[in-house]
Design a protein around this ligand. Structure first.
Ligand SMILES: [Zn+2]
Length: 284
């Protein structure tokens, strides 16, 4: 969301970094959940996919594994344990447990180019959003198709007041020719309520997960459907328009994004509504 918004929204990458930092402080009691799970297909399509139960045995090049582990160690303050998997369901997962970073990555990364490995290191150690986009492209290019999301992070599209899948399908047909192949879910409600929240991330898009998350505070009867649709539309644009890289920085809302965003037919209304309800959203 960044650039134009009156709500100072956090980038997904920074939110991830904050989550990691927090989890590091409470590692003794709460293990960090798997952080990245690859889901290229929509839920309904996934149900038809059948995967063989036996996977071929994996022979890992131990030298390559150690080299990648060393790279991670160079970027992380604590010990690092890297495992290589042949798991179709989670291409990259990581968690911090008692100051040790445990990373599990698919063997496709063992012979990846240096730029991809750098992105992997940035993603795993810092939750870097630009790196997430690079990794998403790489995984796409390697043609991997995964069946479903981990059971501990279910996809929830039906809210109390708004149905995200219905909105998504409508937007996909109207603005994208049905071409947006991403998942969508309501985000998890925070377990503790911060008394004076200054920012709220109304929507996010993770290229690694191919997942759009919508903040649960939008699932209210006083939040109009066109506003939720606008947030979904914005995140769908992130799926189809990659950030433009240059001058060492990624612009997540490049000119093409800015040009297409107002095509949403309730754009002005949505921006107006957001201005008038920022305070209430922050309180909710
Ligand atoms: Zn955005």
């Amino acid at each position: 969301m960044g650039g134009r918004s009156v709500v100072p929204l956090l980038y997904a990458g920074r939110a991830g970094a904050a989550r990691m930092a927090r989890s590091r402080a409470i590692t003794a009691t709460r293990p960090h959940a798997a952080a990245a799970i690859r889901i290229p297909e929509r839920v309904r399509a996934q149900l038809r996919l059948v995967f063989p139960t036996a996977s071929p045995r994996l022979f890992v090049h131990e030298g390559a594994r150690q080299a990648l582990e060393r790279k991670l160690r160079g970027a992380f303050p604590g010990p690092v344990i890297l495992s290589i998997t042949d798991n179709r369901h989670s291409i990259i997962t990581h968690r911090i447990w008692r100051t040790t970073l445990h990373a599990r990555v698919h063997h496709m990364f063992l012979d990846a180019p240096a730029s991809i490995l750098d992105a992997l290191v940035r993603y795993v150690t810092r939750g870097d959003r630009d790196a997430s986009a690079i990794l998403g492209d790489y995984i796409d290019a390697n043609g991997f198709r995964l069946a479903r999301r981990k059971r501990n992070a279910p996809i929830v599209t039906k809210g109390k007041h708004h149905d995200l899948l219905m909105l998504f399908d409508g937007l996909n047909a109207r603005y994208f020719d049905g071409g947006v192949n991403a998942l969508i879910t309501w985000g998890k409600r925070p377990t503790t309520k911060s008394p004076c929240r200054k920012t709220i991330k109304l929507g996010s898009y993770s290229a690694v997960d191919r997942l759009i998350r919508v903040h649960p505070s939008l699932d209210r009867n006083w939040v109009p459907r066109y506003f939720v649709a606008y947030i979904v539309y914005h995140e769908m644009l992130h799926h189809v328009i990659p950030g433009s890289r240059g001058l060492g920085r990624v612009n997540f809302h490049p000119p093409e994004f800015k040009e297409r965003e107002p095509h949403f037919r309730h754009f002005d209304r949505a921006i107006e509504w957001e201005k008038r309800h920022v305070a209430r959203l922050l309180r909710s």
